[in-house]
Design a protein around this ligand. Structure first.
Ligand SMILES: CC(C)(COP(=O)(O)OP(=O)(O)OC[C@H]1O[C@@H](n2cnc3c(N)ncnc32)[C@H](O)[C@@H]1OP(=O)(O)O)[C@@H](O)C(=O)NCCC(=O)NCCS
Length: 117
């Protein structure tokens, strides 16, 4: 996520309210994402694959798993604040871009949403 920053930067105040998913490759935790649900709307945060394991399809598997999980839980919407340089990753799954943007920790973000069937 932020490999050059202190580990505490990825901790969230409401981490205990989240559902945390991981993907393993060769028995090693290789990717993570945290889901927070309110009123049948899910927000995922801290989605990251280890740098050396990126672009091998693991992020896609993890994203598909979370979307399926949201459908089984009968959520209506899933959203995230996407890094602008990763937004095409999300459009592949049907996420659409909103006009809500901001900058933090040196990255530009845009809110992206997916309606769940
Ligand atoms: C973004 C991230 C989670 C994607 O995971 P990944 O395992 O590298 O992605 P995958 O290999 O599963 O890629 C799936 C598809 O998305 C594409 N893709 C991957 N990263 C992309 C990016 N940053 N921008 C656009 N497309 C991307 C791949 O080319 C692939 O396309 P294809 O199916 O047409 O071949 C990962 O690169 C990462 O952890 N990046 C650093 C942290 C970060 O940016 N997290 C997201 C915060 S919003």
């Amino acid at each position: 996520m932020y490999p050059d920053q202190p580990f505490d930067l990825v901790k969230l105040e409401n981490d205990f309210d989240g559902i945390h998913f991981g993907i393993y490759a060769n028995h090693e935790l290789t990717g993570v994402v945290s889901l927070f649900i309110n009123d049948r709307i899910g927000q995922f945060r801290k989605f990251a694959i280890l740098p050396e394991a990126q672009h091998q399809g693991l992020g896609k598997q993890l994203m598909e798993y979370v979307i399926d999980f949201c459908a089984v839980q009968k959520l209506t919407k899933l959203w995230c604040n996407a890094r602008v340089n990763s937004k095409e990753f999300y459009t592949k799954f049907g996420f659409y871009e909103t006009d809500q943007t901001y900058t933090a920790a040196g990255f530009d973000f845009v809110r992206m949403e997916l309606l769940i069937d």
